[in-house]
Design a protein around this ligand. Structure first.
Ligand code: ATP
Length: 592
């Protein structure tokens, strides 16, 4: 089977990388020549030794890596040095490119995109099956360059002027992608050109790379160099905090990056300062909802070069969340993280935190493989987590991703500690603090199992499960294998809190009305969203989890054992400070 290699080029900051990402999002194989160029001069590679022999150890940074700026200064001042630099690196980049193309071809690709800055200048495009040129007028290039790289106006102009003019590139183009508008316009352009390419070469196949081959550079053959580095998104959610603690305690070696929004940077800094081994952790101020995670270009590139693991916990977990926020954080945020994963040349694993509630209103058994089963959703939270998981599943064909689906997370089974009182806690608080002596009505029939799972089990199990070599490409339900019914849970809450047991049941419609009545209505959308879920009998199969945890002592504790601890915690907490009105709770503060 012939593989058609299509070049992708354009001027500096024209949008090549952005187009490459959009192509990769469609499942197309993309090779980034820049990634390969960096990999061939990593420490331990023969090219670096040759460069040191030719230019001296002064081209090395203190950590033994190539100081590209210093080498650039030497090479660009002296044509002979430039020729030697090319002689040493170009054949190796060519070999790595050929190897990457062969990897994709072996995996069944019919079309491979090859992104490189100078395909026209060095006439390399003439060997390719076609050339895409990203066309951006110099004034737009200039604005993006200043914005992205914080260049001075003079520097930005000099860099644009140093390249062949756009007209030369256009003359060599088979297809032109105009990038003068916004990202949506660019997506349209990419779709149009992808269509033209498919008309020429047939549908672009979405090959699946063997594990450990990176999609960004298809260059894992260049070897794993340097120590592992892990990114955690989702601070300040309780799960993210605990995963940070787990990683620092269990894996003291890796570098840990914690992505945090600016408004929470101080909180995150004091959280980290209190942890042992926190010197391994570094804050990155950004936002998963922004392009490149809101990081500077240098930070983003540095991160994508270094990163080996991503624990993506960021998301809106609040069930009563509004549609737009849930969409932005859960879906757009996940897409950004997938893009980072594609750009990460050394990526070993992405752990995506989903939820068992992607089952929506599905009844009966829901397996770890199930996702698109024609279910409907009770709220924006469920729907957007489902949409995010669909993106993740598509990306799983090329990236090593593990999906974690916990049930409804409640407090620590040993201490009761929880960072927010939402979901089942609305009712737990109502029942546990009901001093009125009135028997509160249970909402709906409440005979269905309530899939509660304690946070300590979830984080520990997720960590163990994800570590397995074989868990890439798999999904894991982290749920209680023997859940109690909602009714039994809330009756037990009353028992442990020594308050009146909830009485009878009232139909769901009426329950909704009750929650809208004055006094209770202040609880807002969260409880309503929760009540809607109480009547679905679904069983979450957890075959993958059971197999992955088989050799460990990690097990979900029986709820009867820890429910008293949860109730005690809630009672103590609400006694110390009455629950806040949920307008505060509904602040989408659980975004990362
Ligand atoms: P380089 O030549 O430096 O490798 P490049 O050609 O790969 O750059 P990108 O990094 O994709 O260019 O884009 C340059 C900057 O412009 C980036 O910050 C990117 O986010 C932004 N950008 C690209 N296209 C658009 C667009 N259509 N709308 C808004 N921003 C864009």
């Amino acid at each position: 089977m012939t593989v058609h290699v299509i070049g992708l080029t354009g001027g500096i900051a024209s949008g090549k990388t952005t187009v490459a990402r959009l192509l990769a999002n469609r499942g197309a194989p993309v090779i980034d020549a820049d990634v390969l160029a960096r990999q061939v001069v990593e420490p331990g590679q023969p090219a670096l030794a040759e460069l040191v022999a030719r230019f001296g150890a002064a081209i090395l940074a203190p950590d033994g890596r190539l100081d590209r700026k210093r080498l650039g200064a030497i090479a660009f001042a002296d044509p002979a040095a430039r020729a030697d630099l090319g002689r040493i690196t170009h054949p190796r980049i060519a070999a790595a490119s050929a190897a990457a193309i062969a990897t994709w071809a072996d995996a069944g690709a019919n079309v491979v995109f090859y992104e490189a800055a100078l395909l026209v200048e060095n006439r390399a495009y003439s060997h390719l099956a076609g050339l895409i040129v990203v066309a951006t007028p110099p004034e737009v290039q200039y604005a993006r360059l200043v914005e992205r790289d914080r260049l001075s106006p003079d520097d930005a102009r000099a860099r644009i002027a140093a390249q062949a003019p756009l007209a030369d590139k256009l003359a060599a183009a088979t297809w032109v992608i105009e990038n003068t508008g916004d990202l949506a316009a660019l997506e349209g352009e990419v779709a149009r050109v992808a269509g033209a390419i498919e008309a020429a070469f047939g549908p672009i196949r979405v090959p699946r790379l063997p594990r450990a081959e990176s999609a960004a550079g298809a260059s894992a053959r260049a070897g794993r160099i340097g120590r592992p580095a892990t990114l955690v998104t989702g601070f300040p959610a309780g799960t993210a905090k605990r995963m940070i603690q787990q990683l620092l305690a269990a894996e003291p070696e890796p570098r840990l990056y914690v992505l945090v929004r600016e408004a929470l940077a101080a909180d995150a800094a004091s959280f980290l300062a209190e942890l042992p081994d926190a010197t391994q952790a570094e804050l990155l101020v950004g936002d998963i909802c922004d392009m490149d995670l809101g990081l500077s270009s240098a930070e983003y590139r540095g991160l994508s070069r270094e990163l080996t693991w991503i624990h993506h916990l960021a998301g809106v977990y609040f069930m009563g969340t509004d549609e737009a926020t849930a969409q932005r954080v859960n879906v757009v945020g996940t897409r950004t993280v997938i893009e980072l994963a594609r750009d990460a040349g050394r990526l070993e694993r992405v752990v995506h935190w989903s939820t068992a509630l992607v089952s929506g209103d599905r009844k009966g058994t829901f397996t770890e493989e199930d996702l698109e089963v024609g279910q409907k959703f009770h709220n924006a939270y469920e729907r957007t987590k489902y949409d995010a998981e669909r993106l993740v599943r598509a990306a799983m064909r090329q990236l090593p991703i593990t999906v974690i689906r916990p049930g409804i997370i409640v407090g620590d089974s040993r201490t009761g500690e929880i960072d927010r009182l939402d979901g089942p806690y609305y009712l737990m608080v109502l029942i546990a603090t009901n001093a009125s002596g009135v028997r509160l009505p249970l909402l709906g029939r409440s005979n269905a199992p309530l899939h509660l799972v304690p946070i300590d089990y979830v984080v520990e199990a997720a960590w163990h499960v994800a570590r397995h070599e074989a868990s890439a490409g798999k999904t894991f339900h982290l749920v209680d294998p023997a859940p109690m019914s909602a009714r039994a849970v809330f009756e037990a809450v009353a028992e442990h809190a020594h308050t009146e047991k909830p009485r009878g049941h009232i139909p769901r419609q009426l329950a909704r009305a009750v929650l809208r009545t004055p006094g209770l209505s202040r609880l807002g959308r969260g409880p309503l969203a929760f009540v809607d879920m109480l009547d679905h009998t679904v069983h979450y199969d957890q075959t993958n989890t059971a197999a992955a945890l088989a050799g460990t002592a990690v097990r979900c504790p029986p709820i009867a054992d820890y429910l008293p601890v949860l109730v005690r915690y809630v009672v103590d907490l609400t006694r110390a400070a009455p629950p806040k009105p949920p307008e505060d709770v509904s602040d989408p503060l659980d975004e990362g």
